[in-house]
Design a protein around this ligand. Sequence first.
Ligand code: KG4
Ligand code: ZN
Length: 339
Amino acid sequence: MDSSQYILGIETSCDETAASVVKDGKDILSNVVASQIESHKRFGGVVPEIASRHHVEQLTLVLEEAMEKAELQFEDLSAIAVTEGPGLVGALLVGVNAAKALSFAKGLPLVGVHHIAGHIYANRLVAEMKFPLIALVVSGGHTELVYMKEHGSFEVIGETRDDAAGEAYDKVARTLKLPYPGGPHIDRLAAEGTPSIKLPRAWLEEGSYDFSFSGLKSAVINTLHNANQKGEEIDPKNLAASFQESVIEVLTEKTRRAAEQYGAKQVLLAGGVAANKGLRKALEQTFSGRDDLELIIPPLSLCTDNAAMIAAAGSVLFEKGSRAKLDLNGSPGLELTSY
Ligand code: KG4
Ligand code: ZN
């Protein structure tokens, strides 16, 4: 075998069962994702027990496919990296136990990866990371601004105090009777509407990098209720455009301020909401034409949950000497700390 590093990544924290092999921390040899979205759709959100059961059914197949596509044997691997948290505990346990079993059976080192570190490291699969950097992580479960001064070092400088950005999208979509997950539907409607309805922006205290989306979500619901009571029609396209404008304005402006304050050389976008066309455009406009600062936005397939991002983060942690033991557990509330 050559001297390259091969990491098998495993991700089961929510509703995607995923396995991937990444070479030297940045080359994807395989990236297999089995989505469960169809099973959860009719419930309007992810049902934890159903998620766990699907992971159990799918993981072996997904792992075999990832190894086959990478054209490697387990013995060729340098280590196994698995999402240890945060996420749904039952879902996490499936991945963690599979990783531990493989690690024990094949005598391979095991690395526990924080899910958000994974989302951030999806960027390393498309560009070399330059430090210091600011990462904006926006997903169904998280909204965070993370400062990184070097590989493996994470400082959360701002986070949501209530709903995550994706969660707010999904809740607003539900009030507009759009299917789950609602983010892409609101994004599509917003592109066709005009932001004509006045909605709040939660800037919070001066200098804060925290976010809050529950007030905005309530304002949208109130706007709809009030109109209903008066028998007035509200164009969902305009409501979607107004909601989206409020979310994007706050996300973009706080990211810009953080990038300035921390002297960032790069701004990275991560998480499922990175798929949002309005957000991508606003960030591109904000950071375009600057040679001192680079904006990286991974392709969609690497923004939503996948295991290549876990392998990419795992690669760096492995090099830094991080090792998990066989008592590794799923940690639903795991904090993002530096390695
Ligand atoms: O990162 P992700 O796949 O899963 C979590 O770790 O949460 O993110 C899923 C979230 C959902 O809330 C979904 O509605 C949102 O990302 N999302 C979007 C768009 N595409 C997905 N939100 C806004 N605009 C989009 N185009
Ligand atoms: Zn995620």
